[in-house]
Each structure stands twice: as C-alpha cells, then as structure tokens.
Design a binder for this molecule. Structure first.
Ligand code: HGY
Ligand code: MN
Ligand code: MN
Length: 375
C-alpha cells in the first residue's frame, strides 16, 4: 500500500486501511475497495486477499495517471471475515459498518483467549472498537472483488461477473448428550449413543437440503467426547452452516431441522440442544452499483453476467451501510477454501480493467468535473 502511494493505518478492529487522494484536493467523500485478509485453515491464496491486492494494484495504476477523482480511495483489508477462531464472521466489516456486537469481545477461542485479548495482541483496541465505524454519508460506494468460489464462470467460459445478491446464512452449534458407557459391556438396546444420534441428524440435514431448492447445508465440525474407541460417545458438539437466498425459507429450514433433531433425540434418549452462533440475512447489492459493474465488465470486453453468491462476503455487511457492489473473478473448477484455489492472470488483468472503468464511471456519476480519462 505504501509503495502504491497510500497512507496506511490500522483501525481499532484490526482492519488495515490504505488511503489515496489527490494531495492538492483532499476529499471528504471516499470510495472504499476491500476484502478480507484472513482465510480458513488449509485454505487457498486468493479468498479475500485477491480483492485487497486488486484494490492496491488499481490505486497504483491510477496514481501513475493524471486522473483527478472527486473522492479519495481507501483500500481495506478486513481483519476477520471467515469467523473461524470465534465463530463470529465479519468482525472487521461489522466494526467498519458500526454494527459490531460488543458482547463478542468476551467470546473465547479454543485456547480460552477472549476476542478482546486477541484483538489487543494484534494491535487493535477493543475498548474503542466503535471508532472503526465510518460515516456512511462520506462513503460514495463500497466495491469488493472476490474469486467466485464456484464453478459457474468456468462453465460459462467467462472471466468476470457482477454479483446481485449474497445468500443469507445461519451457523448453529448443537450439543447432543446421551450416556457414555463401556463399549464392551453395554448391550445395543441399552445405549444412549450421542454420536449415532448425531450421525442420523447429519444425514437428515443432507436429505433436507438436497430436497430444498436453492439451499445448501453443511455440518463441518464434529467434536466427540470422550473420543476413545472403547467408550460409547456420551456427548457430541456439531456446527451447522445453512445458506439460502430467501431469509424466510432459511429460518423455516432451521426450525424444521431443530424439530427433527429434538424428535430423534427423544426417540434415542439423547438431548438435542441447538445454540445460534451467527445469523446473516441475505444482502442485495446496490442496483446502480451492479449496473455500473455490468457496464464496466462490458467496457473490459467481457459479456456481462450477474450471479448470486452462495458464499458470504464483507459486502453483505457493507451493503447495509453504503451503496455496495461485488465483482466475481473466475477460479479453476470452483475450488476454494482449499490449497488448490487458483485464478488465471489474464482474468485478474480483466478484473483490474473492469474496476478501473467502474471507478471512472463512478467519478463521472458523482457529477464531478473529474478528469478521469488520465491514461
Ligand atoms: O463461508 C463463507 O461463505 C465465506 O468464505 N466467509
Ligand atoms: Mn472464505
Ligand atoms: Mn472470502
């Protein structure tokens, strides 16, 4: 960011922010371009980071022209989007959008470290996390470029797409508690096995999602206690991740799956205790921003396509705070959250070109006498 001519700072939530503006004409208004710096364990190189580096590269290119923009540009690397460590996604963007839930500061990770202590150790300041909020009146737009993390662009033979909406998601933790017992001496009809109850529910979740159009559901975490081969599992903790573009359908699905869990628990004499960890409603991108992105994709010589994102993004949070738009970049075989995540350089160049056209269109749209043709 510094090499690209930006002034850098880290806000109270640990977000990394680089600011570029015409030093002869400091601007009140700001265009924010960003994505997240964190990823998942054993993840790839591009989820989040690609969008941050595309923003830096765009500013580097703009700073080499004589272009004058009626707004400053801030490139933001959000501190925590995935929600891996504290089961709380979007910590950085929620702080920037003034929607951070301070109760999360007391949440502990699996080492017993609170979010407040982790943030402090990282250089943030939990006690003044509200200071990370940006005034929406100053924000002309938020733009996020991100790899698609799905197979559609490859299937369509397209490098880019605008994003019209981001699906909503619910993350639950479920505790199932039965009775332990000796694996060798307890007859099958006298068991209250928490793991076989969990297994039955996990397959019910899969069947339910398969039969529900537009729904995806995943149980990605299973913690078994005591987790030894000669003891009947007495307790299991699961994590459910359920997504759908329609919030009412998603809520109904969660309620129905919990009813099914309670029913099977009663039949197996195993308790079924769901706890909501996170709910994010579906987010519509700003229609004017999406239209400008479609036009900018066409400016870059690419047939405009618009997609709905099944993956969550910081744009889902920022969309509730300022006019937001998203640009998808093709990734090989739709692989993501995996070391084999990869993008083509030519597609990244096209993304940069479309983003340049978007900034130019946005400047002209703000009605400024912006000289944005600077090459
Ligand atoms: O899980 C997601 O949807 C995103 O990668 N945070
Ligand atoms: Mn991700
Ligand atoms: Mn991401």
């Amino acid at each position: 960011m510094q090499a690209a001519g930006m002034r850098c700072r880290m806000d109270a939530a640990g977000n990394l922010i680089g600011r570029w503006e015409d030093e002869h004409q400091p601007a009140e208004a700001v265009l924010i371009i960003g994505s997240h710096l964190d990823t998942v364990p054993d993840g790839g190189r591009y989820d989040g980071m690609l969008g941050v580096l595309l923003g830096v590269a765009l500013v580097e290119a703009i700073s080499r022209t004589e272009a004058k923009y009626p707004f400053a540009i801030e490139i933001v690397g959000f501190s925590e989007e995935e929600g891996v460590r504290y089961a709380a996604p979007y910590i950085g963007s929620k702080a920037m959008a003034g929607r951070f839930d301070r109760e999360l500061l007391d949440r502990v990770d699996d080492q017993g470290i609170t979010l407040a202590d982790a943030l402090r150790a990282f250089g943030g300041s939990p006690q003044s996390i509200d200071s990370a909020a940006v005034d929406p009146a100053r924000v002309v737009a938020y733009l996020e470029a991100h790899l698609e993390q799905g197979p559609v662009l490859q299937d369509e033979g397209l490098p880019l797409a605008a994003v019209s909406a981001i699906a909503g998601q619910t993350r639950l933790e479920v505790r199932l508690a039965g009775g332990g017992g000796h694996a060798g001496t307890t007859p099958m009809n006298l068991r209250r096995d928490a793991l076989t109850a969990a297994a039955e529910w996990i397959l019910q979740v899969e069947d339910f999602a398969r039969e529900s159009i537009g729904m995806v559901a995943t149980v990605g975490v299973v913690e078994v206690s005591p987790n030894v081969s000669n003891v009947i599992p007495g307790e299991v903790r699961l994590r459910l991740d359920l997504r759908h573009a329609d919030d009412a359908d998603r809520s109904r699905a969660v309620a129905e799956l919990c009813r099914m869990g309670l029913e099977l628990g009663a039949r197996r004499h195993v308790s079924f205790e769901p706890r909501t960890l996170h709910v994010q409603d579906a987010a519509l991108m700003d229609t004017a921003m999406t239209r400008m992105l479609q036009e900018s994709v066409a400016d870059a010589g690419v047939r405009p396509l618009t997609l709905i994102s099944g993956a969550g993004h910081d744009a889902a949070v920022m969309a509730g705070h300022c006019p937001s738009g998203m640009l998808f970049v093709r990734c090989r075989d739709g692989v993501s959250h995996h070391p084999n995540e990869s993008v083509e350089c030519a597609d990244v160049v096209l993304a940069l070109t479309a983003m340049w056209h978007f900034v130019r269109r946005l400047a002209l749209r703000t009605g400024a006498r912006a000289d944005v043709t600077g090459r």
